[in-house]
Design a protein around this ligand. Sequence first.
Ligand code: IVH
Length: 675
Amino acid sequence: MDLFSEIEAPEREELRALRKELEEANYKYYVLNMPTLSDREFDEKMHRLQTLEAQFPDMFDPKSPTQHVGSDLGKKGFEQVKHKYPMLSLANSYSREEIEDWVRKLPSGVEIVCELKYDGLSISLWYEKGVLVKALTRGDGQQGDNVIDNIKTIPSIPWKIERNDVPDFFELRGEVLLPWERFEALNKEREEQEEPLFANPRNAASGTLKLQDPREVARRGLDAYLYYMLGENLPGSTHFERLETAKAWGFHISDAIKVCHSVDEVMNYIAYWDTERKNLPVATDGIVLKVNNLAQQDELGYTAKTPRWAIAYKFPAEKQLTLLREITYQVGRTGVVTPVANLEPVQLSGTMVQRATLHNEDFIKSLDIRPGDKVWVEKGGEIIPKIVGRTDRDIKDSNDIKDLKDLIFPTHCPECGAPLVRVEGEAAWRCPNETGCPPQIKGKIEHFVSRKAMNIDGLGEETIDLFYQKGLLHNIADIYDLKLEDIAAQERLGEKSAQNILDGIEASKQVPWARVLFALGIRMVGETTAKKIARKYNTIDTLMWATAEQLCAIEDVGPQIAENIVKYFEDIRNLEILDRLRKAGLQFEGEAEPEPTSDKLAGMSIVISGTFVHHSRDEYKAMIEANGGKNVGSVSKKTSFILAGDNMGPEKRKKAEDLGIPLKTEEEFLDLIKN
Ligand code: IVH
């Protein structure tokens, strides 16, 4: 008898563990929008699992992550629709040699289309008789969520193609993306509102597409690039021709697409875009190579998960090893204590990196890092470098065993010494000494004077620091007690700049109520939330008495924000400050704006033109806004439709025809917004 037959090969255990790990990673990535593995780690583990499964064919399991693509299903509220053609993923590689091999193994003379690999999430658009009827996410590859209302907020996606050469049905697939600029703005706003930041534009796009509020989706500004047309009896015999056709029909097709005829051409394309992609407005993570001829594509066919006629080359994430010198702690305006890694400076994607945020205590624990460790710093799809791991420690080398103890997070505020508190359910430690902790005092004043708040010119970070040191500023109300002679007496500040500051302070008394509310710096009350609150409560006196329950009825205000507001007005110190600000003449009242009554026109840009019978132009404008739409003056390709009355201007009519913008009569419009 074979003595070893009873003992299981350790690789079998590894295989099971990998399946479980990848299953979980898929769930966290697709359902929770919170990736736990980097793309590279995920791919490496997937490769390893594939190798092991080939080694142990008896362990085949159709449910293994190697046999199906990850799923983003499971969000409530969207119709689930079966894909006409399964949405597959692409085989990918980080090695240029493998790509060369793949090209060389194709039949000779085959044309290869090179494209950028956009790093967003895939979408499938269905057009029936030229009309967009569904927009499906990938889901589990077999069925996806219909997110059409959100997709319709993307200006470059046509709702209707007014041409007679469009087939009865076709499907266009592409990638939905949040441009870098929008991503940064969104994260900045989330930071202000103390909401968790998105790790990268892809996660932000994914979170945005799953929102149940198209108006918010429209505000965030998604974009889409399309790269694959499918259907029966479509024009063209090559992939490239089809994309050209789609372009002619008005779709957003990348200009970076190139038909290549040799390995060299492909490699040149990769080399060019490896650097040039950094100048693009959206995130890319590689190159996709596709066999151009559709008949040849059919011959090559598919595996269970991927087409054999395409492959992706993924750009390596830039990663460097460096020394973690020290961890310091920064106290923000709201008292949150953020650990910061101070690194031995290292060159990464063209910039010198010496600091990286460590977010919070849990993050440090999950990486298990301490000063003295060699850590990996990565700059991938994110702009901010991050620490992704460390090398093994050589215990023999360490003569100080104390260093190896777990890192202890400070128990007291590094700035004012107050004992830190950690709110149940939150990751952050906070200094509760709001009115006595210098960075909190200065941070609140900086926020108050900032451009989007009271916009007081001349009071920058340095000046605030100086005035704080000199005892002139302790809180936001002190700003309105500043005297010309006090300011002018400071070094570096003459009478002229003193007068400038006073003018800025005077002008701030006209800043409208919604911005004053934002400027107060109530925790989690950002610019947009403040606007929504100010719309409901048009004087501070009514807001002051609102209960948490009443506040929760406002869009965007959850129990946490409501509680922060109630607490703010319960604090006698705040009431004293508000009293002084009121006496100084700040706007604590505003006009109540009418609230939108429906989302029916969410994300739409509508032009009004001509004369009307049932309502005045102004009334139509109000109706558009009340239903979440935007009234714009001139016709462009972003216009959703024209509300056309009698005697519409001939120029507008011509432009609308040229751009294929639909016209709606008064009656059609009223029908559209009817309940
Ligand atoms: S073609 C059957 N082309 O990458 C092949 N995909 O890892 C269909 N992607 O699911 C995909 N840019 O979300 C194709 N130029 C491009 C792409 C692209 C990004 C995404 C897409 C796909 C994933 C595969």
